[in-house]
Design a protein. Sequence first.
Length: 251
Amino acid sequence: MATELGVVQELWRYPVMGLRGERVQEAEIVQRGILGDRTYVLYSDHASKVVDPVKYKYTWGETLTAPGLLDLSAEFTSTPSISSAPSVSITMPDGDRISSDDPEFEAVLSEALHQELKLLNYPPVAEARTKSGRALHILTNSSLEAIRELYPTGDFDVRRFRPNIVIDTPVEGFPEEDWVESIISVGGEVRLKVEKPNKRCKLITMKQGEMLVDEKIYETISTKHDNTLGAMCSVLGEGRVRVGDQVMLLS
């Protein structure tokens, strides 16, 4: 028998890897996660590397550190589809926007980030996440509240943690960690396998737009909760999800 866990409170996708993302009311879930998530990267020809706020070592190579990415946010100019990815609009730190259709787009971003960059549609990002059981990131309101209680003055804005699905659940503590190795449904179609707790890095402490640097956020999670918050999932059943959809434990 299925057990009700809660409802979808927020949905997020990140059109450009390393940039802040966009909150949406509904999204298509495919094998590699939310459709459109991390479709694009900013790439340095000079270093032959993808840039990211912090350095990571992926199956396809090491990223080039560019903390300033988190002062930019990206959103699609239209709804992405399986067959094509639309252009993106980037909001700069001063609030100005520029579309990837603009001939000056790459020059403007390169100037803002102090290195020559170009925007690439880069499938290896989604492929690596899918193969490692990290296609989609879930986070509960309960986990955020539980970690906030350990550091009450900290700015635990949900955007710091870059979830795809935020689940509103009445269960206290860190419930998504109890769902590991289980299958959950979201809405009427989507099936997710909760693969593992999400290990955190110092990205969550960094300045992101109006959110200021706070090193103690990482310290709190690291020392008081084994450096995990949220959980990573693989996709077993594709479909559309909406804010307000029920989340059910199937096994």
